[in-house]
Design a protein around this ligand. Sequence first.
Ligand SMILES: C[S@@+](CC[C@H](N)C(=O)[O-])C[C@H]1O[C@@H](n2cnc3c(N)ncnc32)[C@H](O)[C@@H]1O
Length: 217
Amino acid sequence: MKQIVTGDKSITFHSDEFDETYHSVSGAVEEAFKKFAEPALEAVKGKDFVRVLDICFGLGYNSAAILDKVLEEHLGCEVEIVGLENDEKILDKIKELKPMIKTYYVIQDAVANQYFYDCEGIMVKILVCDALKGIKQVQGKFDIILHDPFSPKKCPELWTEEFFKEIRKKISDDGILTTYSCAGVVRENLKKAGFKVEDGPCVGRKAPSTIARPGAP
Ligand SMILES: C[S@@+](CC[C@H](N)C(=O)[O-])C[C@H]1O[C@@H](n2cnc3c(N)ncnc32)[C@H](O)[C@@H]1O
């Protein structure tokens, strides 16, 4: 696994297995905030307790970015994060990193404490599992779903109508899913699974990400 310094100076890695980087090389932390955390924040406002499902947890940047935004915007809610990740080698890298995310210590503490953290209204549980199985096992509904697999070309099983249908069962009626891809087939699969989709932010000059909510297309 080769370490790469991305455009915003944050670290990502290159996966030899998937021949792809874990984040956008234009800026790994920037991607976590702009494509995943910020568009999802709408699902937090007005709630005392928010549940987040982080599918393909990796280095946990997306979850930590959510925590930073909740604190920064004084949203004052308790947050429970459940992460699904099948590779302990990437989780093991978390302890070495110092990304510009204030709450990253929460993710590091969780990794140091058998993938569990519970303190002052923040709970994090990381489940080491195949997301295809994990999605069926997690209990209850989630307000925010962060969907961040490797690309549809390299990891097609996590972008299918069937997988999105399983995710649809786990999202609250007013929940939000954020994902980085805007590929036509991805959006079609989301729609067939019972989501309506819209463009998310464009980061740099790249194509938009996708925001999906439960509902008819
Ligand atoms: C693009 S990276 C995600 C980066 C991550 N969200 C972050 O903030 O660092 C994709 C992740 O999906 C994981 N992964 C690949 N296949 C998986 C599967 N079937 N189930 C769970 N995780 C998987 C990889 O190990 C990798 O950590």
